[in-house]
Design a protein around this ligand. Structure first.
Ligand code: SF4
Length: 336
């Protein structure tokens, strides 16, 4: 599991700094000190040999060495640094073993900055700039080891109250976008930026809850209220409710694949203004009963869910039921 970058220490430092431009180095960068002497001035176009952009508009520069690799960077991390007061962020890719993924993250963060009309640049530098700083080198900070202000040193709060970052990537991104958009604005200027978060429909949902158990982000929430018990618990009839929290969704699509009834469908994508509004979406409510064989909820007539009904009808069958999850390795079926 990739470590999550917590920008709060850096943001406390930025709060009392004078809008520096930050150069982010990998935790395994052999010599961040080379960047502490470099002055980023050229605008990076991403082409080979570019010296990297700083667009330095604040007071100088600082080098930040992560405690992990650049693969831990997300658009939210970079935007949090901008929201914290950095005049720009350059991610140093010199020597990086996998620059393509990091560049995609940086480009995505840059898309938000330009859509919001912010003056900051977020970009990459593939090689060390040739221009060198005269005099003292720029400071080199650790991701969590930053100099404390005199105010903090004497135990006084610096006026920043930063919430712990969400462990859900979309939720964290929505939170920093709310901060950058500011005030009561809805953020509709971001609606043309793709979210990758599906707008789900569940018109055929029978409340089995398989999607909710599969969802890695706990974005699907099933609640059940048992209304009546028949001869045994297996026959219990319940009122179910399926809700979707798009800000917790990562867009992995597993829920769409896994439903044994193929009850979930995608109808386009959510837009950023709805993700930033933190609206939970009611997908479906109805009656469900427990499968007499496996115990999952289902909305069919009869005692068995779709999978168990298929198995009962095909006791010696070797094919998967219709709507079974994809990903079955058919190449391993006997005789193939
Ligand atoms: S797309 Fe993935 S993260 Fe989103 S609701 Fe479905 S399973 Fe959960």
């Amino acid at each position: 599991m990739t470590a999550v970058v917590d920008t709060r220490p850096l943001r406390h430092w930025l709060h009392s700094a004078n809008s520096p431009h930050l150069v982010i180095c990998c935790g395994e960068h052999p010599d961040p000190a080379t960047w502490s002497r470099a002055v980023c001035t050229a605008v990076c176009t991403g082409g080979p040999g570019d010296a990297g952009d700083a667009g330095v508009s604040g007071s100088g520069q600082a080098v930040v060495q992560l405690s992990t690799c650049l693969g831990a960077l997300t658009p939210a991390v970079l935007l949090e640094l901008v929201a914290g007061g950095a005049s720009g962020v350059t991610v140093a890719l010199d020597g990086c073993a996998n620059p393509v993924d990091t560049e995609a993250v940086v480009n995505r963060a840059g898309t938000f900055v330009s859509a919001l009309g912010r003056p900051q640049h977020i970009n990459v530098a593939k090689v060390l700039p040739t221009e060198r700083k005269h005099g003292a080198a720029w400071p080199i900070l650790g991701e969590t080891a930053v100099p404390v202000s005199r105010r903090t040193l004497f135990g006084r709060p610096d006026g920043l109250d930063l919430a712990e970052p969400s462990e859900h990537p979309t939720q964290r991104l929505a939170a920093v976008l709310r901060e950058l958009v500011g005030g009561d604005r809805s953020g509709t200027e971001l609606d043309h930026v793709p979210t990758g978060i599906p707008r789900l429909l569940a018109t055929r949902c029978a409340g089995s809850g398989v999607c909710a158990r599969t969802c890695p982000g706990d974005a699907l929430i099933v609640t059940r209220i048992v209304l009546a018990e028949a001869s045994s618990d297996q026959d219990a009839i319940a009122q179910f409710h399926l809700a979707f929290d798009p800000a917790r969704c990562t867009g992995c699509g597993q829920c769409l694949e896994i439903c044994p009834e193929s009850a979930l469908e995608q109808s386009g994508e959510h837009v950023w203004s709805s993700l930033m509004a933190q609206e939970r979406v009611d997908l479906r409510a109805g009656l469900t009963r427990r499968c007499a064989r496996c115990g999952v909820g289902h909305g069919r007539s009869g005692d068995l869910c779709a999978v168990c009904a298929f198995r009962a009808a095909n006791p010696f069958g070797s094919t998967m039921p219709p709507g079974a999850p994809h990903g079955v390795d058919r190449g391993r079926q006997p005789g193939r």
